[in-house]
Write a protein that binds this ligand. Structure first.
Ligand code: HEM
Length: 84
């Protein structure tokens, strides 16, 4: 259903710590914000935290849950940079 649900735990760990996809694409080398966030921030997550996020995305992140989150976004105030 989702790209992330194809990730095994070892692949997911590499994704979050190094910003390298399961296809071997290095998003840091490509200048993607995902690569920067992975190396600078997500790399600080513990093995246990990564495993918990992985389990959640494999089991708790359903299409129904995604639709509920999407609906919430429409109710948020506009970001400050979009105000006149
Ligand atoms: C625990 C948090 C996060 C998870 C689990 C996650 C997961 C993913 C996954 C699975 C992909 C696709 C990789 C692929 O092509 O196989 C991706 C791409 C991407 N993520 Fe994240 N992400 C996280 C946090 C973030 C944050 C905080 C940002 C932005 C500030 C971000 C921005 C992006 C962008 C822009 C891409 C596309 C990059 C590209 O294709 O070059 N992600 N992420």
């Amino acid at each position: 259903m989702l790209i992330v649900q194809a990730y095994s735990l070892p692949e997911f760990t590499t994704l979050l710590r190094a910003g390298v996809t399961r296809a071997g694409r290095d998003m840091f080398a490509q200048g993607s914000v995902m690569g920067i966030v992975a190396r600078e921030q997500l790399a600080h997550l513990t093995d246990g935290e990564i495993a918990s996020i992985h389990t959640y995305l494999q089991t708790g992140w359903t299409a129904e849950r995604a639709a509920r989150e999407e609906a919430k976004i429409a109710t948020f105030p506009p970001p400050t940079f979009m105000k006149p």
